[in-house]
Design a protein around this ligand. Structure first.
Ligand SMILES: [Zn+2]
Length: 116
């Protein structure tokens, strides 16, 4: 879904439980049927870390990696962009954006929400 500018969350077709990361079987009802819903992209920072080493080409360091509690109830590991590492804190509201890299590959990243 990221290729269309959307963030999808896997959903059990039988009991409607949302799950992330995606996996074949529902942990609640053991159903193998699933579809997905589009996430709002809104969430809060559950945890974070700042990476300085090792550095891989194509990324701007330091990298702020965040574990986001999406408002839908699932958690997502992603990158916080346009934010100084000193400004990051637990519980801050964030908004997902789809970022496209030089190769045209699209990934969900987060920015601090503007309506804080
Ligand atoms: Zn289920």
């Amino acid at each position: 879904m990221a290729a269309e500018g959307k963030l999808g969350i896997q959903r059990c077709s039988d009991c409607q439980l949302l799950r992330h990361p995606p996996r074949p079987m529902c942990g609640q009802c053991h159903s193998l049927q699933w579809d997905s819903v589009e996430a709002s992209g809104r969430g809060t920072i559950c945890s974070y870390t700042v990476l300085t080493h090792p550095q891989f080409p194509g990324y701007d360091y330091p990298l702020v990696i965040v574990l986001v509690d999406l408002e839908e109830g699932t958690r997502l590991l992603s990158q916080l962009v346009d934010c100084e590492p000193a400004a990051v804190d637990f519980g801050l509201p964030v908004q997902m954006h789809i970022q496209e890299d030089a190769d045209g590959f699209k990934l969900p990243v987060f920015r601090l929400a503007e309506d804080r």
